[in-house]
Design a protein around this ligand. Structure first.
Ligand SMILES: [Zn+2]
Length: 166
């Protein structure tokens, strides 16, 4: 897998933005359940305040899915956003185990730069729906539609039945 390195020492105070384009080969996403139908367009925003870093990673990409109801193939766009706190040093599980902000994760770094390729890869993998649907209203081919293609020999009988019911 390619590395996508961000050198934190070069980050100036305030907001810094990077854009990265990667593909399924870069991120070893060739063998996932559904194929990527586009490149992965990622925007990274890093907010630095003294020695505190906050990082937002937003990835936009298309997946070629197969509808779990009608089995038709369709392409859906995903926009996945993750938030992180970056801290220098090694992870201290006991101290950092807090649920105060469930949407944000803390990344500990000891090197000058961090590799965000695994984060983007995870965004794609976690976005894969368990039961993709081509649309909210997608229906299985229903029994009703089968009855509309009814054998003409039965049609007379059905009409008779309707008459009797009137
Ligand atoms: Zn469908």
């Amino acid at each position: 897998m390619k590395t996508i390195l961000i050198n934190l020492k070069e980050i100036k105070p305030g907001k810094t933005t990077f854009s990265i384009l990667s593909n399924s080969e870069d991120l070893e996403l060739k063998d996932i359940e559904y194929e990527l139908a586009s490149k992965i367009n990622t925007q990274i925003n890093i907010y630095k305040n003294r020695n505190n870093y906050e990082m937002e990673i937003a990835s936009i990409f298309d997946l070629r899915l197969i509808c779990s109801r009608c089995l038709s193939e369709f392409i859906k766009q995903f926009n996945e956003i993750s938030h992180f706190y970056l801290k220098e040093g090694k992870e201290d599980v006991e101290k950092e185990h807090t649920f105060s902000d469930e949407d944000a994760y803390t990344i500990f770094f000891s090197e000058e730069s961090i590799d965000i390729a695994p984060i983007i890869r995870e965004q794609v993998i976690l976005s894969i729906p368990i039961k993709p649907l081509c649309s909210e209203s997608c229906q299985l081919p229903s029994y009703k539609s089968e009855f509309t293609d009814i054998d003409p020999r039965w049609q007379k009988l059905m009409e008779l039945k309707d008459k009797l019911n009137q």
